[in-house]
Design a protein around this ligand. Structure first.
Ligand code: ADP
Ligand code: MG
Length: 282
């Protein structure tokens, strides 16, 4: 069957971010005689504007992978390339977290400063980088509006709900405007209802400025709901063992997702891929 061009184009495009044969071994610790191979031979490539989700069990090395891409940790082997340029390999002596404003990182914590109002929290990284011009302010205002935070600009974090703080942290990263954004189970601590709302919010925010996103999660539904593609990780030592294209049309109806045609089949395929993995070798 002939595939539509829109389907095959991302595979042909030059990757924006490329991870090749990445490995990370942690040293021996108390109670653990040998070092721990958390990641081994992990490769992936993401094209501009793509939303890739990475599904893997807890402890499979997802955070470790993102830490290396964000340069808060270094690999034992392998390379990370951005627009074809190697920005990190095992010989990199100095870490450059966020690689010159090119890589944003949203973690499970919202990391808002309690003594700054919402708007100030959102503008802070731009101000720190001396990039707070009119265009940046307009971009932030549009994102605040889309996230349903208009009217709360002068509130302090403790005056906001958990979901609102999370939205503020998403807006802060998007307003900062890095071409690549990493997300590490950012909605993990929220209740199911708020998570679903945030999935819809995140997709709405992303549709304003189609950033390249790598979103890691242990939740299959979340991986399908958000991604153009789902990469499945093995247990540690992690590598990509399978890949699924999500053909659900955008904009997506998050509430009706599990009833959407194809959802159940995709969910089951990913579940089986996760279940098929080799037993833990650690
Ligand atoms: P995930 O995010 O998929 O749950 P992590 O990347 O946090 O997994 O951790 C993978 C494994 O690596 C775990 O067994 C964890 O204990 C170990 N690990 C992570 N960071 C370190 C570290 N700095 N030192 C030693 N072991 C670590
Ligand atoms: Mg983690």
């Amino acid at each position: 069957m002939l595939k539509p061009v829109s389907d095959i184009a991302p595979d042909r495009a030059e990757p924006l971010l490329e991870v090749r044969d990445l490995a990370r071994t942690f040293g021996a610790r108390d109670g653990r005689a040998a070092g721990l191979n958390v990641i081994e031979g992990l490769s992936l490539a993401v094209t501009e504007g793509e939303f890739v989700t990475v599904a893997g069990p807890s402890g499979s090395g997802k955070s470790t992978l993102l830490n290396m891409i964000a340069q808060t940790d270094r690999p034992t082997a392998g390379t990370i390339r951005l627009r074809g340029k190697t920005i990190m390999d095992a010989s990199t002596s100095t870490l450059t977290p966020g690689w010159h404003c090119q890589i944003g990182y949203v973690t499970q914590e919202d990391n808002l400063l309690p003594w700054r109002r919402l708007e100030e929290n959102i503008l802070l990284p731009l101000r720190a980088q001396r990039r707070l011009d009119d265009a940046a302010r307009a971009r932030a205002a549009a994102l605040i509006d889309t996230a349903g935070l208009a009217g709360f600009e002068r509130f302090y974090p403790h005056e906001l709900s958990g979901g609102m703080r999370k939205r503020a942290s998403l807006v802060r990263t998007l307003a900062y405007d890095p071409p690549v954004i990493l997300m590490d189970e950012p909605f993990g601590a929220l209740d199911a209802q708020t998570r679903t709302e945030l999935h819809a919010d995140l997709l709405r925010l992303w549709s304003l400025r189609r950033k390249t996103i790598i979103f890691v999660t242990h939740d299959i539904t979340e991986a399908i709901a958000l991604g153009d593609r789902v990469l499945v990780l093995s247990r540690a030592p992690a590598r990509v063992i399978d890949e699924f294209r999500v053909d659900l049309p955008r904009p997506r109806d998050i509430d009706g997702l599990i009833a959407a045609p194809g959802f159940a089949r995709l969910y089951e395929s990913i579940r089986q891929a996760l279940a098929r993995q080799a037993p833990r070798r650690a």
